[in-house]
Design a binder for this molecule. Sequence first.
Ligand SMILES: CC(C)(COP(=O)(O)OP(=O)(O)OC[C@H]1O[C@@H](n2cnc3c(N)ncnc32)[C@H](O)[C@@H]1OP(=O)(O)O)[C@@H](O)C(=O)NCCC(=O)NCCS
Length: 186
Amino acid sequence: MIYGERIRFRHMERSDLPRFVDYLNDPDVNWGLAVYLPLSMAAEEQWFENMLKRPAAEQPLAIEVHEENPQGGEETWTLIGNCALLDIDWRNRSAELGILIGEKDLWGRGFGSEAMRLLVKHAFETLNLHRVWLRVYETNPRAIRAYEKAGFVMEGRQRQAAIKNGNYIDVLVMSLLREEYSAVKE
Ligand SMILES: CC(C)(COP(=O)(O)OP(=O)(O)OC[C@H]1O[C@@H](n2cnc3c(N)ncnc32)[C@H](O)[C@@H]1OP(=O)(O)O)[C@@H](O)C(=O)NCCC(=O)NCCS
């Protein structure tokens, strides 16, 4: 487990897959993602099997949020999404990041930026990377703001690089360097 303040990361389990099929088939969720076709449970299971063959550091992490139990007793953790380091380039110590919070009711409560901060901490302090970067659609201001809050800076714009709902949109590239992370983490 990797613990943050209100969230934690654990490895994804096969039993999580139905939730992710629901998330990824929800148009409110997937319009910010590269997903554009309905997703079946069978395809998701195949994705999971292939994912297990990838290097351990690149396997997605499930994001869980801690829920207070008013009666006390055992603490409960609820799945809200996942995040990952994709295609780690070990020579240049650089990796692309991705995140999905599928529980729409929880958007705007800081979990996305907290998850990014925790993933970045893992990337720099555990995996010893030098640079992390991501791609985000220009039409996704919520994500852009969450990334800015986690310290990411705008690096470039791939003009009309994606088509969404019949319109070409720009894909923005944002990144965070290790030295910038060290300056903002306090
Ligand atoms: C993108 C995502 C990870 C953000 O997570 P989140 O928990 O909602 O993010 P946070 O609450 O940490 O931050 C969101 C910020 O965006 C702001 N925001 C929301 N809607 C906005 C808008 N239309 N314009 C500008 N800012 C907006 C919020 O006010 C908040 O900023 P604040 O804390 O300064 O007020 C989540 O919404 C998600 O997974 N969406 C679906 C999949 C997706 O788009 N993934 C990203 C692919 S690049």
